[in-house]
Design a protein around this ligand. Structure first.
Ligand code: ADP
Ligand code: MG
Length: 847
């Protein structure tokens, strides 16, 4: 953290609109008192001076110092967002996560006393914005889409970009665009006095801000001033573990249990990497200690949610977050901890103060992004009298949310990150070490209300040797075709020259452009086509846009809208393995002793397994090789469930209620857009659709194929070259496939050596090897996360199938495109007959 510290605040532009204008706020008792203690409030004058004197500023303050809650209020009190003030435009505050947008708007509303109705939020499909709104919290994706419709952001007078240190793709692009919009508004002001200037405030919790402040492309009017709000942080004692255990969930359980027995009163915050780990730990803590009623009540709610979405790319659809069921579920192979270890760190827990009684109840609450908002907000409520609050959280609690009263932090040192290989398109959810910056953020969470302690579940040696200083910006590890298309359709043709805080890699850009050309969104010279402009109007990946644009055949449009919304939300099914864990929470037989309750549990599990398969069969009635059609059935059937029994319908069908609700909201949004884009072609949209006809089903498969034509896989044991994989596969998930990226030239690289396999969550996984189709169109590839528990780290690349088109269907789409066999062009596809007889080769429109 060696950024050259505060620069003198040099006035660059005197704001001509600055007049004395203030709004008097009567804050509720207690709130005002608490505010005055926040470091940011101590800097109010300096901050407001800087905002009035500059078009852009950067604010740095430790997490919890008051940036998110206070900055919007300073601006509000100075008249921003007030219709009669010189700056009537709204105050926008962007967040990388929906949870934060909703909960922070509630908090600021509470703090603003009589003006609480001036604070609103807007996230995808949910908003309480009204004509009174002056402060609008939103996800960064929402603001990006607003820019697409109103490039000068004329509704706003200030844009606050919060959590800039997280470096999400959306945040990075927003910063680049906002810096230009500020300039644009300035020149508009000069021509038209009724236009007001726009201010940009970038807020960061770490000092890694040189990407913003020292980027000469980003701010053409000079480097924005940096204001620091000194953290008035209480000291946090950091305890490193003596050893780093591989099974950190088990280790967290041991340490938290010991901590609860030995530590004085105070809430605990435990950082884990995903939902399954959180469930596991929650279950064990509740078995060992007495849970509060409220905590238990809550557990019922956990049942319906499926795999964690580790990366919360919100609102601008750039991919399907999905971890799949593999990985953390497996708790069969647990590290045996030696007796020596039992007391290894007792002294860390001896704080010389009286500990809580170990009969104290535990109030265990999970906190992760897929949890319903209502449940997430529970962490802000005081725990029941005499209990200890233990929050089990993912990264969400690292910087966005400040949970009151946390005194002890337990940090596993890992997080789940989405990685994306730009060459192969393989995506992984890798559990890896966090950065040193993140570790210090996590520790800092213990020192908000008083001196605290942070127990790190890793040794200082590992920390020094293996932890990177900062996390890599997301733009370097995610597909960016959506971003590229949106920019181009906004007239930013030269994406390479865009002032990104960190530019995307050349390779990423090339790949994105190739796909866009292939979809017909870009001309060969890189200009946006008419189709491209239409695709960019959908809040979705261009692949889905393409499907909607060609969805008119055979009256398919209503079905295409339905299937696209289901696929885009993704992850609608509760996996069988997850339903298993749910059942096992019913009994709690002691290790190794088979009790009556275990027997009951087994029966329940068996019944549940049967129900699960029945539901799957029902949902795949159209076709047992198309996951896309299973998604279609799910969302269509959901539309028939009455509002009162949506939840029980989902439970019965093993569907994820939160996901389906979102998918049906997306469905009606898409219907509106389709109607606007293709006047007259879609009449009234009925969500309760009749069964699709044979013809329509066939057309639907073709349409899905068109959107994902580059994601085609062919059975390896049917490909011309007899592969080493000729051994007999045991089940469908064992059948090897090759994708386009396996060509002779690139075979040397490690990934290409490997075939890809069916993901076990696919309905194809129920087939026998003989029944497996020859061609599969998949949505994405994923490399399994090596399990931290079993230590099995033979990574297999798995695909998420959508449809299994016939060779003919592929051919029809590929008409006129080069015919490639193992990387070598061997002609063009003109008619069926031009495909060499009996030779199975790829028809590759892309390469
Ligand atoms: P920053 O954005 O700098 O991390 P915040 O503005 O989020 O800080 O938080 C400032 C303080 O407000 C926190 O230290 C916390 O004590 C308090 N706070 C924030 N949100 C809530 C909430 N929902 N309930 C109670 N207190 C809160
Ligand atoms: Mg904040």
């Amino acid at each position: 953290e060696d950024y050259p510290l505060p620069q003198e605040l040099q006035p660059t532009t005197r704001d001509p609109n600055r007049k004395a204008f203030s709004v008097q706020v009567d804050r509720p008792e207690g709130i005002q008192e608490a505010r005055l203690k926040l470091p940011v409030v101590g800097e109010e004058q300096k901050i407001m001076e800087a905002i009035f004197n500059n078009s852009s500023i950067v604010i740095w303050g430790a997490t919890g110092s008051g940036k998110t809650t206070q900055l919007p209020q300073f601006l509000f009190e100075a008249g921003f967002g007030h219709p009669d003030s010189p700056n009537p435009g709204m105050i926008a505050v962007t967040q990388p996560r929906r949870v934060a947008a909703v909960s922070m708007s509630k908090r600021v509303g509470d703090e603003l006393g009589q003006y609480s109705d001036r604070v609103s939020y807007q996230i995808r499909f949910d908003t309480n914005v009204s004509s009174k709104t002056a402060i609008k919290f939103m996800t960064d994706g929402i603001l990006l889409r607003e820019i697409a419709n109103d490039f000068s952001l004329s509704k706003y007078s200030v844009i606050i970009i919060d959590e800039a240190h997280e470096r999400s793709v959306n945040t990075d692009i927003l910063i680049g665009m906002a810096s230009r919009i500020v300039d644009l508004r300035e020149s508009m002001c000069k021509e038209d006095p009724s236009v007001k200037p726009l201010k940009l405030v970038i807020m960061s919790a770490t000092l890694r801000i040189s990407d913003f402040t020292q980027n000469i492309h980003l701010f053409r009017h000079g480097i924005p001033p940096l204001i620091q709000a000194e953290g008035r942080q209480y000291p946090v004692t950091v305890h490193f573990a003596r050893r780093t255990h591989r099974d950190y969930v088990e280790e967290a359980f041991r340490k938290v249990s010991r901590g609860h027995r030995k530590l004085p009163a105070g809430a605990m915050l435990v950082f884990l990497t995903g939902q399954n780990e959180i469930k596991q730990l929650s279950k064990r803590l509740k078995q060992v200690f007495k849970p509060t009623q409220r905590g238990e009540d809550f557990q019922g709610k956990l049942r319906l949610s499926a795999a964690d979405a580790p990366l919360e790319t919100e609102d601008l659809e750039l991919g399907d977050p999905d971890t799949g069921p593999q990985g953390e579920d497996d708790d069969s192979d647990i590290d045996i901890v030696g007796l020596d270890d039992e007391h290894e760190d007792d002294e860390d827990f001896d704080l010389g103060e009286e500990s809580m009684s170990s009969s104290t109840r535990v109030h265990v609450l999970p906190l992760y992004s897929q949890l319903p908002t209502k449940e997430q907000l529970k962490v802000f409520e005081p725990p029941p009298e005499g209990s200890r609050l233990i929050v089990l959280a993912t990264n969400v609690a690292e910087t966005s949310l400040t949970i009151p009263g946390i005194k002890y932090v337990f940090d596993c040192g890992r997080s789940k990150e989405k990685q994306y290989d730009l060459t192969t398109g393989v995506q992984t959810f890798q559990i890896g070490w966090i950065s040193k910056a993140s570790a210090s953020q996590r520790a800092g969470r213990a020192g908000r209300t008083g001196p605290g302690h942070c127990y790190r579940l890793y040794s200082s040696a590992i920390y020094e040797a293996d932890f990177p200083d900062y996390t890599e910006p997301e733009i370097l590890r995610t597909p960016i075709e959506g971003v590229v298309l949106q920019m181009k359709s906004m007239g930013l043709h030269n994406v390479t020259n865009f002032p990104f805080p960190t530019p995307p890699s050349r390779q990423g850009l090339t790949k994105a452009e190739k796909l866009l050309k292939n979809l017909g969104a870009l001309k060969s010279d890189g200009q946006v086509t008419e189709l491209g402009n239409k695709l960019s109007s959908y809040p979705l990946s261009p692949r889905y846009g393409k499907m909607l644009q060609i969805g008119h055949q055979h009256g398919c449009m209503p079905y295409v809208i339905a299937v696209v919304s289901a696929l885009a939300v993704g992850d609608l099914f509760v996996q069988e393995s997850q339903s298993d864990t749910m059942v096992s929470t019913l009994g709690n037989g002691k290790d190794g002793i088979y009790t009556n309750s275990d027997r009951l549990e087994d029966t329940a599990r068996e019944k549940r397994r049967k129900d699960f398969y029945r539901a799957q069969r029902l949902l795949s009635k159209h076709d047992d090789t198309s996951d896309a059609l299973r998604y279609l059935s799910a969302i269509c059937a959901y539309a028939y469930a009455s509002a009162s029994d949506e939840e029980s319908f989902c439970e019965k069908m093993f569907l994820r209620a939160k996901g389906l609700k979102e998918a049906s909201q997306l469905r009606s949004q898409l219907a509106d857009i389709v109607r606007t884009n293709n006047l007259g072609l879609l009449g009234s949209y009925e969500s309760r659709l009749p069964e699709p006809t044979e013809k329509q089903i066939k057309a639907l498969k073709q349409i899905v194929t068109a959107g994902f034509i580059d994601n085609v896989a062919i059975r390896a044991d049917m490909s011309p070259e007899p592969p080493e994989m000729q051994r007999k596969p045991r089940g469908a998930v064992d059948v090897p496939y090759y994708t386009l990226f396996r060509s002779r030239e690139s075979r040397a690289t490690e990934v290409d050596e490997k075939a890809v396999y069916i993901h076990p969550s696919s309905i194809l996984a129920h087939l026998t090897p003989k029944e497996m189709p020859q061609y599969i169109i998949y949505s994405h590839l994923q490399q399994s996360t090596p399990s931290h528990v079993t230590g099995s780290n033979v990574p297999k690349i798995r695909m998420f199938p959508l449809v299994a088109p016939s060779g003919l269907q592929l051919l029809a789409l590929a008409h006129g495109t080069p015919l490639i066999e193992y990387g070598k062009p061997i002609g063009k596809v003109e008619a069926l007959t031009s495909v060499p007889q009996r030779r199975q080769c790829f028809i590759v429109p892309l390469l």
